[in-house]
Design a protein around this ligand. Structure first.
Ligand code: NAD
Ligand code: UFG
Length: 337
């Protein structure tokens, strides 16, 4: 298949591009480089020996998206493009609603004009809101606690309504848990702008000496050691989940939702210890108050993806920590964007 990857130069998009190319598919990326570098796809080409063309443009612009479909015969779309910083979304909600929802709606408008019916969407475990019951199943109630989360929730709603209006469309909504790590080569990885918000990139920058120490946000949660528990998934497992999803969607009609997680919760201190052991490094940390908006525990029931997509995460926490550091160590300035 020829697959359009919106946001394809980003962290998850670039790893998925590599995975699709290695599986024999063709890719083309549309990215405005708001949070990424063209170097990521250049390295994907170097690793695969195949073309990963990048069109620099905005997915909210109907003329731009149309011109991509005119230029390439697109069979399916994986829609990664979006703004993703939870804290920033609270400060700039309109930017998030405008970018993330317009991008989704623009694709929905343009795709049928070119007979393209298959779309896989990057949703998030954040749509489960403050559910207390774990593990989280796809049929659990949803709701969000910040504008970023609502853009995912509303995009899921829009895609569901659009697919109901035209039952020949095939949309797969993937709810990711916490992607970390990097391709084993250390050539592509996560390249956050400024001080990282997320745990693993922060730990990597402490390990490299860029940041002084980790702040552990709260040790008074009702968890085994008091720190927050999450379902960390290797980004290459996540990428392989997209390959399974797109191949499933191409033979399917209607809307399907899948969690992409491992089903295993690890605490912040588990991650610190695993990182130290995997890489023979010390991560200094201090306990600080909880981060506003954080929940205690969040992990997936991955059964539906296993049964229906025949996909499950394979890489363990040691591999995730090793690969995250391998990328950081060899690319201390990321892609240098
Ligand atoms: P990323 O920022 O690395 O990738 C997103 C890409 O989209 C970037 O390259 C950015 O430049 C591009 N982009 C943003 N708006 C665009 C627009 N209007 N037009 C064209 N390109 C645009 O983020 P990521 O971690 O790779 O995440 C990919 C998707 O997965 C996002 O939708 C994100 O919300 C979702 N997601 C990520 C996580 C996570 O923890 N990384 C968790 C759940 C869901
Ligand atoms: N944490 C720290 N110190 C840090 C950063 C994080 O202690 O410097 C803790 C958090 O409190 C949390 C855990 O590490 O307990 C993981 O935090 P992340 O920021 O890495 O990830 P979140 O689970 O908060 O959020 C991520 C994505 C969101 C997405 C959500 C659910 O960043 O976009 O997963 O998928 F919505």
């Amino acid at each position: 298949m020829q697959v359009l990857l919106t946001g394809g130069a980003g962290y998850i998009g670039s790893h998925t591009a590599l995975c699709l190319l290695n599986a024999g598919h063709q890719v083309v990326a549309l990215d405005n480089l708001n949070n990424s570098s063209p170097e990521a796809l250049r390295r994907v080409e170097e690793l695969t020996g195949k073309k990963a063309p990048l069109i620099v443009g905005d997915c909210t612009n109907e003329a731009t998206v149309t011109s991509v479909f005119e230029q390439y015969k697109i069979d399916a779309v994986i829609h990664f493009a979006g703004l993703k910083a939870v804290g920033e979304s609270v400060v700039k909600p309109l930017d998030y609603y405008q970018n993330n929802l317009d991008a989704t709606m623009t694709l929905c408008r343009v795709m049928p004009k070119f007979g393209c019916k298959v779309l896989v969407f990057s949703s998030s475990a954040t749509v489960y809101g403050t559910n207390q019951e774990m593990p989280l199943r796809e049929d659990f109630p949803t709701g969000c606690t910040n504008p970023y989360g609502w853009t995912k929730w509303i995009s899921e709603r829009i895609l569901t309504d659009v697919a109901h209006a035209d039952p020949t469309r095939s949309f797969v909504l993937l709810r990711y848990f916490n992607p970390i790590g990097a391709h084993e080569s250390g050539r592509i990885g996560e390249d956050p702008t400024g001080i990282p918000n997320n745990l693993m990139p922060y730990i990597c920058q402490v390990a490299s000496g860029k940041l002084d120490h980790l702040r552990v946000f709260g040790n008074d949660y009702p968890t085994k050691d008091g720190t927050g528990e999450r379902d960390y998934i290797h980004v290459m497992d996540l990428a392989e989940g997209h390959l399974a999803a797109i191949e499933f969607a191409a033979k399917h009609e209607g809307v399907e939702i899948f969690n992409l997680g491992t089903g295993i919760p690890y605490s912040v201190l588990d991650i610190v210890r695993a990182f130290e052991q995997a890489n023979g490094l010390k991560i200094p940390y201090e306990i600080t108050p909880r981060r506003p908006g954080d929940i205690a525990v969040c992990y997936a029931d991955p059964k539906r993806a296993r049964d229906t997509l025949h996909w499950q995460a394979k890489r363990d926490l040691t591999t995730m920590c090793h690969d995250a550091w391998n990328w950081q160590k060899h690319n201390p300035q990321g892609y240098g964007k």
